[in-house]
Design a protein around this ligand. Structure first.
Ligand code: IMP
Ligand code: ZN
Length: 356
């Protein structure tokens, strides 16, 4: 191999081998259909009267055309009803961690919304405690290549009291690996201004902030976006409907962006297809860019595939793809220890298909 040889085109196997950082993944949206099916089969055996459909029927394999109208009800009317016991929360969390790890993800900030299951006597605290315990157990096992941390989500439908409860839980479990707070949920709902003091309290407690930002046109009014930016977020998810003024403000504040290509294309959140995605804008900006899956259980495109898609549609070679993946280190929420662990992983990673 000579120094002048360009690196070979990216293929799926390279994208899988590449160490990757996932910063925007919703726990319940990341559960694979086969994992949901296992949970369903177990419940059906114990309770043959169970009325919930088999996940392979409710979410047929290959169906990924969920849009903003069909996506959110999928959780409230189906997945939450299926995963409603401590056992299923444990089982699915472990499976999600393994799925990311098998895909070559070495660092994960998973996010989830505190959930109460009244009929099972599960409180929001029980739910978060259970998820945190799975992440800690996973991180303690030295044979695991992935390290995982938690972000707690506030749903746009939450009352201020519910949002305050989410922040209380984030602060309570901060010593156990909760690193930040998120604002998510149906972008057609809610008035974000009501959470201003809640997010200020989270920030004052040392939690990092990430926000779903300008996902749809009706969550992209100047007023909403200026309110969200005034919270001084550390990262923003999606950033679809942003004008030049907002884009410059994001660059001035050096806020990392979390870009979810397949989700945006499949849910028709952008006009056109992959090559029309606003990755083309952000890749040339000064802010850190992280490719993310959002909901791999729904859109079925693992993080390696997102990297592959970017290489394919934007012409990135192996060096550029590695640099993109490594660049996400800048915006992780955990700090110096994980940053140096990740920098070492990338500097030690020698793929003999990358030619110097
Ligand atoms: P959970 O928070 O672990 O229960 O993950 C599922 C939840 O994440 C959904 O009910 C939504 O509130 C939220 N979510 C998942 N994907 C998106 C998205 O693209 N935009 C906004 N919220 C989302
Ligand atoms: Zn999201």
């Amino acid at each position: 191999m000579t120094a002048a040889t360009p690196s070979a085109a990216v293929d799926v196997l390279f994208a899988r081998r590449l160490p990757k950082i996932e910063l925007h993944a919703h726990l319940t949206g990341s559960i694979s259909r086969s994992c949901l099916h296992d949970i369903w089969a177990d419940r059906k055996t114990r309770d043959p009267q169970l009325e919930l459909e088999d996940p392979f029927v409710a979410m047929p394999p290959g169906k990924v055309d969920y849009d903003i109208n069909t996506f959110f009800p999928l959780f409230s009317s189906y997945i939450y009803r299926l995963c409603n016991t401590i056992d299923s929360i444990v089982y699915s969390t472990k499976a999600v961690l393994q799925d990311f790890q098998r895909d070559g993800v070495v660092y994960l900030e998973l996010r989830t919304t505190p959930r109460r299951v009244t009929e099972q006597g599960i409180s929001k605290d029980d739910y978060i405690k259970t998820v945190v315990a799975q992440l800690r157990e996973h991180n303690r096992d030295k044979s695991n290549s992935l390290q995982a941390f938690l972000i707690i989500s506030v749903d746009r439908r939450n009352t201020v009291a519910e949002a305050e409860e989410a922040v209380d839980l984030a602060i309570k479990y901060q010593p156990d690996g909760v690193v930040g707070i998120d604002l998510c949920g149906d972008p057609a709902q809610g008035d974000v201004r009501i959470y201003t003091a809640t997010f200020a309290r989270a920030k004052a407690a040392g939690l990092k902030i990430t926000l779903h930002f300008a996902e749809t046109e009706n969550s992209a009014s100047d007023e909403e976006l200026h309110t969200l930016l005034s919270w001084q977020p550390d990262r923003l998810g999606h950033v679809v409907h942003v004008n030049d003024e907002i884009r410059k403000a994001i660059e001035r504040q050096d806020i990392g962006v979390e870009l979810c290509l397949s989700c945006n294309v499949l849910a028709k959140m952008i006009t056109g297809s992959y090559s029309d995605h606003h990755f083309s804008v952000w890749r040339h900006s000064t802010v850190p860019v992280a490719l993310c899956t959002d909901d791999v259980g729904v859109f079925c495109s693992p993080l390696s595939h997102e990297y592959y898609l970017v290489a394919k549609h934007f012409g990135l070679d192996r060096h550029q793809l590695k640099a993109l993946s490594e660049g996400a280190i800048r915006s992780i929420f955990t700090g110096a220890e994980q940053q140096s662990r990740l920098s070492k992983i990338f500097s030690d990673w020698i793929d003999d298909t990358i030619r110097a």
